[in-house]
Design a protein around this ligand. Sequence first.
Ligand code: OOG
Ligand code: MG
Length: 262
Amino acid sequence: MSLEPEVIEDCARLLDEAQSNVYDVDKLTDTHPGIDVDTAYDIQDALRAIKQGRGLRITGMKMGLTSYPKMKQMGVDTPIYGFLSEDLAVNDGGLVETALLIHPKVEAEIAFVTSESLSGPNCDEAAVMAATAFLLPAIELIDSRYRDFKFDLPSVIADNTSASRYVVGSRPVSPAGVDLETLGVVLEKNGAVMEVGAGAAVLGNPATAVAMLVNMLHVRGQSLPAGSLVLSGAITAAIPVAAGDSILLRADGLGTAGFRLI
Ligand code: OOG
Ligand code: MG
């Protein structure tokens, strides 16, 4: 069911305010049970327009729920996408202020940086690899604006797929010769290994997740511009973090990325 444009705008504003002022809200489908996936992306687009209206630059896109560990953890069964804006970027080795977050969790991902635009409907792994300038190890910090981190598919899509912060490694690696399927990752908290995984956890190959993003964007009349940073989705389950934690991702052949919560 579609919503009136004013209601879509109100939903986007509610989520934007929850994020800016650091409080949780009821999931959107509690108040608007009719929201379907397409309407949820309308709300996400409205949220993006609100942020762009504040002068924020869009730095890229993210895929979510692309791996079974994540789908299982969140009780949701379809991949989803969101957008990344410049205010979410954290420097490698930098600090994240916990007071600005509701209930943060971190997950290990592979980031793609594109040098050519990509469009659907038939984008595939080969097209993604050809358009990729370099790969980077990435940690996504997700922070659902919904109470107890509980949601359904339309609600999490509207909430920009829980996007909150991301950090990428400082050493770009050319995709030539990288086997994304066997690429191993180790996610550490305060020096202890919390999660391990391999690229193939993400739809068999993280490049497939990027191709799926491009094809999903096509359905909504959109494409992926050159120069986009794309988070291809968590390889592992997400782990809760708190002030004082140091988070480090080690990715085979791609180096490390990390940050500290204060
Ligand atoms: C939704 C976002 C999922 C991923 O990489 O799977 C995501 C959530 O779990 O809150 O970013
Ligand atoms: Mg993620």
